[in-house]
Design a protein. Sequence first.
Length: 69
Amino acid sequence: MILLHYTGMQSGDAALKALTTAASKVSSHYVVFEDGRIVQCVPESLRAWHAGEILLGWRDRYQFVLDRH
């Protein structure tokens, strides 16, 4: 499964900084830049917190996604 999120950041570099700063409480396995460059931020064997710490009242968004398949 590939799940893409639009960050709405000013630039790819700004998105990368936010997604790799622990204080932001959000992360991503990969960042895909406008020029096609891909940077891995979190190993696939670990969980990335794509939508932050809490979204829609579920603490475990991965289970939320799995429950809908």
